[in-house]
Design a binder for this molecule. Structure first.
Ligand SMILES: *[C@@H]1O[C@H](CO)[C@@H](O)[C@H](O)[C@H]1NC(C)=O
Ligand SMILES: *[C@@H]1O[C@H](CO)[C@@H](O)[C@H](O)[C@H]1NC(C)=O
Ligand SMILES: *[C@@H]1O[C@H](CO)[C@@H](O)[C@H](O)[C@H]1NC(C)=O
Length: 352
């Protein structure tokens, strides 16, 4: 959730740790320092990548101690409020809206494996009272900030000011809903947010009453199409020097936005299970928690881990790589999340 160079779970076992465990620990360090996405684990000093180290990261592990820290989870109906910052063409917005609507679709259920089934793993997390994260996720009122009211370079703190502007706008402010509202700041591909590309592709936190007037869970996700597709649009794009294959074509034909979908899923899953950073996370340091999606970065299917995405569906007609179906015949590629009972990363496209 917050960037850090410090890894959690750093203690190696006393005697000859297995390469798998070393990889596992290095993956955890990477996931805490990036907290949305940089899945390839081993970059050599000369810039090449190591392949084939592990395909077992999805496997159950006694080394992951995901714990509940007594804080709230989002048990009330969830409403997602997109804030479109910068220039957002309607086709791009439609992809993202369709993904959010796919979490609890109104009409006929899309074919399996579905986005709704993916969210069911998130809904397994409960609070002190035994209430689950809500399965009801709706697309709520939206706000356009087309002219970039706070500029094209945002810091973590100015992100909160953007949200304040959206909930306090004179015309059509976003509703303030501390119970189930999630505020999703989506920046266009010409906007830079602190640490974008280097360490993060998105993050979530909660707003401070001193800035926004309320404590509201929010997330930011950036469009990396221009700035760093090889970093934040993996696996549709690969970094220079990677040499390995790409996963396939973006399923909705938009590299930057299709890649944002998985990061949005990541952040929604974590906001629902850890909205105030005091509920579900692994690691001992609450400042650098490893949350339910951090644990599964870069894993989209069975066998995923290391630099391997896991088994995906690749459409023979258009080459699109995806793992979930959504409303309106849309397809999405979304990372898995940690399953609290199975104790490993899981998604509805898992092969037995
Ligand atoms: C890069 O480094 C790795 C590990 O140190 C080594 O195995 C590999 O051969 C090197 N590649 C090149 C092109 O030097
Ligand atoms: C919450 O969502 C469920 C399912 O969509 C719906 O039946 C219910 O009326 C909603 N409750 C509130 C308080 O909006
Ligand atoms: C609520 O969470 C519990 C514990 O993970 C799980 O057994 C149960 O199936 C969940 N209920 C729903 C409706 O998801």
């Amino acid at each position: 959730m917050r960037p850090s160079r410090a890894g959690v779970l750093r203690t190696p076992p006393a005697s000859s740790p297995s390469p798998l465990l070393i990889l596992f620990i290095s993956l955890l360090s990477i996931s805490t320092q990036s907290f949305a996405w940089r899945p390839w684990p081993n970059r050599n000093p000369n810039g090449t990548f190591n392949f084939g180290d592990s395909k077992k990261y999805e496997g159950s592990s006694e080394f992951v101690h995901l714990r509940y820290h007594m804080g709230p989870v989002l048990t009330a109906n969830i409403t997602v409020h997109p804030i479109w910052y910068g220039a957002w063409d309607p086709p791009k917005k439609r992809i993202i809206r369709a993904f959010i609507r796919s979490i609890s679709p109104d009409g006929a259920a899309p074919p399996k494996p579905s986005v709704a089934a993916w969210w069911r793993t998130v809904a397994l997390y409960t609070d002190q009272t035994g209430s689950n994260v809500s399965r009801a996720v709706r697309l709520g009122a939206e706000k356009n900030d087309r002219l970039c009211s706070h500029g094209k370079r945002l810091s973590r703190l100015t992100v909160q000011h953007v949200i304040r502007s959206a909930v306090s706008a004179r015309t059509r402010p976003l509703p303030v809903n501390p119970q189930g509202g999630l505020y999703l700041l989506l920046t266009s591909d010409d906007v830079y947010v602190d640490d974008f590309c280097g360490q993060v592709c998105g993050f979530h936190y909660f707003t401070f009453p001193s800035i926004v007037g309320y404590t509201l869970p929010y997330a930011w996700v950036g469009n990396s199409a221009r700035a760093c597709p090889g970093v934040c649009a993996w696996p549709f794009a690969v970094p220079a020097g990677y040499g390995g294959p790409r996963a396939g074509a973006p399923p909705n034909g938009d590299l930057g936005v299709d890649a944002m979908i998985s990061v949005i899923g990541h952040e929604l899953a974590e906001m629902a299970s850890n909205p105030l950073a005091n509920a579900w996370y692994a690691g001992t340091d609450p400042c650098f928690p490893t949350e339910i999606a951090d644990l599964c970065e870069g894993i989209y299917g069975t066998g995923g881990g290391g630099s391997y995405t896991g088994q995906l569906t690749v459409d023979g007609r258009d080459g699109a790589a995806y793992n979930l179906n959504g409303v309106g015949g849309r397809r999405f590629l979304v990372q898995w999340v940690w399953h609290p009972e199975l104790n490993y990363c899981f998604g509805p496209n898992a092969l037995d």
